[in-house]
Structures are given as structure tokens and as C-alpha cells.
Design a protein around this ligand. Sequence first.
Ligand code: UD1
Ligand code: CA
Length: 462
Amino acid sequence: MALEIIILAAGKGKRMHSALPKVLHKVANKPMLQHVIETANALSPKSINVVVGHMGQMVEQMLDTLPEDLKKLIKVVYQNEQLGTGHAVNCAMPNIDEQSDVLVLYGDTPLTPVDLLKDLVNQLGQKALCVLSAITDKPTGYGRIVRNGDFLKAIVEEKDASAEEKKITEINTGIVVGKASFFKKYLQKLTNNNAQGEYYLTDLAGLIAKDSPKDVGITIAPDFEILSGVNSKVQLAFVERLFQKRAANQLLEQGVTLADPNRIDIRGNLTCGEDVFIDINCIFEGDVTLGNNVVISAGCVIKNCSIGDGSVISPYTIMEDSQIKQRATIGPFARLRPGNVLEDEVHVGNFVECKKAHLGVGTKAGHLSYLGDATIGKDVNIGAGTITCNYDGANKFKTVIGDDVFIGSDSQLVAPVTVNNGVTIAAGTTVTKHIKMSDGALVLTRSKEVIKENYQRPHKKK
Ligand code: UD1
Ligand code: CA
């Protein structure tokens, strides 16, 4: 049986108090809706129908950033007025084949495990509809599952529930699977005769059950928290923490040592080798790969980087789009902007900024430098305060430094410039392309010293 998925994402999310449509709020730096779409895709559906409405164009812009293979599956449906979840599903029904099974997911429930959905779809069998429920001692805000013995009688929304019904601890997760033919027939029967004046999707279950109770199945999810919907910033923060807890646990299970699993944030894919240690308060974004025996110290922010075996990143280092090879030592307080390649055993120390810099094996820049648009050979010593002057106000130029070069402190390399192999640059030198040097030369530019004896410093008038 072909499976078609409808994702509801048209609501404004009033309770978020935000100009951004709710489903674009991010969990682990990824829009909630994207989490749901990726989960949907893992079920190999025939189609994914995203119902948009409030600021729908903005939601479409996000959909446009998704990979092509995903985009091929997605059909966008507009619900111009948000008349309720039942109405939203109905807007998508013309896209759905009469013979298909239909799975409805909510764009504000981002952490639903794929396996749970697979089980739910499998349990549909010959039934018309199967709803996913969960048990919680904090059911406030959720629709309640009202049972008649083993059968479902109705789903009652919080705002419509009697005091008795509010005590029910079995809640509606919102996730439901059913046969398209039943959806098509019963969606027509919904009314908006309720506290919110909306066409509730949840009424579908009650309507079908009324005609034939055994046609509606209920699957109780083993874990309520993971199915939490996000209606407010409080719930968004809760779901974010839940996501991070899961991600940290996965790392621990793979053998990564975390100083504190509650103080790490993974906003992308972190791949780790053996015996990796990560100290507290580190943030990983995009695709980050850490080799064996890598140490990431406290407070590092690492985005789209690969770090080779045995490298040690000292505290408060920030790096992006860079490749660090083996046994490098970086930081504390180093900043790697995009486009660097640091070869084996490179050392980049405190307050060193690199951008599009290639540092050869064993090269060291220990302190207070800017190395931009630079190709630097092996075993080079970059003295404290060395600056590659790569920008003339309009254009960027390259600095090329050979092997075994020693650059004294507080030197400037005015690009475009090339420093030959084995050259020594004396401290305080300004190197420009006009200096003709050969390999192994000493380069020194210093103004002549002037001494005035018994110099009287100006004094402030008292
Ligand atoms: C809904 C369920 C409730 C369930 C809870 C689980 C209904 C009537 N209630 O309540 O039983 O316990 O989810 O989290 O379904 N949306 C549209 N168009 C609309 C209205 C909503 O696309 O006209 C979308 C929203 O963008 C959201 C989702 O549907 O992604 C759910 O809507 P929301 O208003 O958050 O429903 P809840 O009150 O949370
Ligand atoms: Ca909700």
C-alpha cells in the first residue's frame, strides 16, 4: 500500500509571540518543519504534502533550501485561512490517491522517532484509522483520548473538555494514520461546533468510531516526552534540551567522553573517532569530524571542520570551514575563519586569526597574529604580532612564505609578497614585494634610532 504523508504547517503559532511562523523555529539549528520532513522521508512515502498558510511564502523559501531528492517528494498546499487541523488536512486531500494510506504529522512535533511511525503504519492493517496516544501526568493542553472499554470513543480538546475529561492522562499526540478513502469521506462530516470554532482533525476519530468502533485503533507510544508538541518558547526550550540529551547519549554510547552530557550542543552531524574527549560548553555546528584521541576543551565553537588524530583544541577556540590534520595544537582563544588547512603538528596559539591560510607541517603561530590569504611552508615560526596585510581597501592579495622561515615579532607582510625558504625576518620589519631576497637571507627594515639626551617630557600644567 502506498503511503502518502501530510504535514500540517499552516498555523501562526500565536503562543510563540514571534513574527516567524511557528514551524520555522529551530531545534538544534534546524527548522522544526525540516525535522518533520526528514522523518517523513525516512518512511519512503509516495508523497509529502506540506500544508502552509500563515506566511506560507516564507515556509516555501525554507523548503526551497532542502536537497533535491527531498524536494521532488514535496507538494506544497495552501490553506488560506487557518480553520483548524481537519480543514488543513482536507486542503491536501485532492493530492492524495484514493488507494493510499495517509499519515498526518504536525510541523510542531519535531522529534518523533521514525521506528514509532513505522510501527503505527504497520498497525493500521484493515482498520480505517489508527491514532498515536501517549500517557502523561501532565496532559494539560493536549487532546484527551476518551475510551469506551478498549475502543476509542472520542478525542476531546483541552478547551472542550469537562473537568472529568481533563483528568484523563492518555493524550492525543496528533499523529494519525488512516485509509485515504475514510479521510475523504469523514472529513466532509466535520463541524466547527466547538470552543475554538475550528474544524478539528481529532473529531475524525470520534466520527468513525461512532459508526464502527473496531475500525479505529489506538497505539500507545512508549515515551510521551519525545512526542512533545511545541506551542510556546517554554516548550521549544524543552524540546531542544530533549534533542541535545539524545545526541549526547548517542555520543556516550559510541565511546566519546563528555565532561558533562548536559553541557554540549550539537547542531548538525558530529562524527567522532576513538577516545575523543569533549569538555563542557562546546557547540558543534554543521558537519564536524573528530579523529581518534582528539581533545576539545571548554567553550569551543566548531562549525564544518575536520580535526585529525591526536589534535588538541584548547579552550574558547572558534573555528569554521577548516581542516586540521594530526597532532595540531590550537588555542586557547584562536579563531579560524573559513578556508584554512593546518597540516600535521601545526600550532596556532592565543589571539591568532587565520583565514584561507595553509600552514605547513610543524609551523607555529603562537600569539596575536592575523594570517589571511596565506600559503605558509613547513617549520615556519611566525612571531607574535605578525600580520599579513592582505587588503588594500579594494582588493585581496596573497602572501607566500617558504619553508623554515623565521618571522620576528611585530612584522608586517604587505601582500602580494613572497618570502623565500630559510629567510629570517627581523622583528619589526615591514616586508613588501620590493624587497629582493634570496633563500636564507636576513631581511630587516627598521628606521634609524634617534637618541635625545636629557629629554624633557611635556608636563601637564598644575
Ligand atoms: C493538536 C491536537 C491535539 C493534540 C496536539 C498534539 C487538534 C484539533 N488538536 O492541538 O489533540 O493533543 O495537537 O500536539 O488537532 N495547523 C494548520 N492549520 C490550522 C491549524 C493548525 O496547519 O488551521 C497546524 C499547526 O501549524 C500545527 C499543527 O497543525 O503545526 C497543530 O496545530 P496546533 O494549533 O498547534 O494544535 P494543538 O492545539 O497543539
Ligand atoms: Ca501544537
